[in-house]
Design a protein around this ligand. Sequence first.
Ligand SMILES: C[S@@+](CC[C@H](N)C(=O)[O-])C[C@H]1O[C@@H](n2cnc3c(N)ncnc32)[C@H](O)[C@@H]1O
Length: 439
Amino acid sequence: MNARAIAIQVLSRVRATDAYLNVVLDTVLSESPPADARDTGLITELAYGTTRRQLALDYAITRFADRKLDALEDKVLAALRVGAYQLFYTRVPARAAVAETVQALKDVGLARAAGFANAILRKLSSLPSQPLPPEDDLVGFLSVRESHPRWLVERWLRQFGRERAEAMLVANNQTPPVVIRANSAKVTRDALLEQLREAGLEVRPTAVSPVGIVLPPVGRLEDVYGYAEGLWQVQDEAAQLVGVYGDIPETARVLDACAAPGGKACHLAEKHEVVATDLHANKLRKIESEAKRLGLSERLSARAHDASQPYPEEWGEFHAFLVDAPCSGLGTLRRHPELRYRRTQEDIGRLAVLQRRILENCQEAVPPGGLLVYAVCTSEPQEGQDQVEMFLRSHPEWTAEPPVLHEAVKLPLTQAYLRTLPGPEAWDGFFAARLRKMY
Ligand SMILES: C[S@@+](CC[C@H](N)C(=O)[O-])C[C@H]1O[C@@H](n2cnc3c(N)ncnc32)[C@H](O)[C@@H]1O
């Protein structure tokens, strides 16, 4: 099956099943691998690009479709979007984009819709430029141009101002760089940088994280130098900063309350004894296999547990907790582009309630003098700073205590808190608070 047909399969399955794009893409690629291995890159680009630009593509398609897009069959709509994406966002010549997409629609068994798709794509290809709403309605304009729902554009303009909000919208449509964290249990960042360069890779250190390295575009990560030896783990720079900011004393035994897939738990296990827990037992295997690859198994054990429920006494005492809570994920939209169309304002409030329940349960288990690092990968204050400040108001025995780090490490702090936002920094949006139980 050709690349466009596979991309259509992926997108129609995501729409039909509400599944995650990355999961469906992996499954489809392993079920029906492309005839030419080089097509994997094109399929990924078409699937992610089309999803990232979906609202803008639909805005254009709607002009020429004689029925509501919601009423179209999943594969037909996916083909129209894939075709329009190539026309407006790639250098594929218009003729080829239209012809190959229509052929792909036939290849997925929808020859009867070929004429309909062909007519619309040909009309789109003859437009002088991509259609966009008028700029005098700023929210509507940005919502379509950057393909984010109106409520989110409105919210970010209100919360962050036009400059940052626009930078966030733009950044969410970029492909994230692959960033790795040097496994300090085996190698320093400088030594790893040198070894990767010797292996022929054009790598550079991350701008803020003292343990990160940005890789150039690579094929299979498993084939990159040092993977099999466990010298590094893939982790976004902002996620690395949570570990740096947490600055948990080396002697502390740590409980990671929401640990899967295990990036931060493994970062912690480079120096600490860690019990990594997650609600979903099926996710523990991934944490364990990563710990094994990194040579950290002796310091990390994984267990299933609901972080909103008391911890068994027989697990012993933990001097520090990491609560990397389930959240709206609005700081990671470039990685999960489908999420922006699924999230609602109500989700933010609902997740804030769950986070509070988890925070309340975990704080009970921290001994006086102990630390709790609370983190979320979202830009929303309701899940981040407001959440923590509400917690501190009702718990006078807790205080926010930013770390005292080496002066070379300049963390993006807002008051006592770590805060990163999507934008030109090319990192995910995170919030973290380092909290101390005083008595
Ligand atoms: C943001 S992710 C954690 C990412 C992880 N710390 C890392 O760095 O790789 C949140 C995790 O919380 C888990 N989770 C959701 N509800 C939970 C609960 N009630 N108790 C424990 N874990 C939960 C989810 O399964 C998910 O894996």
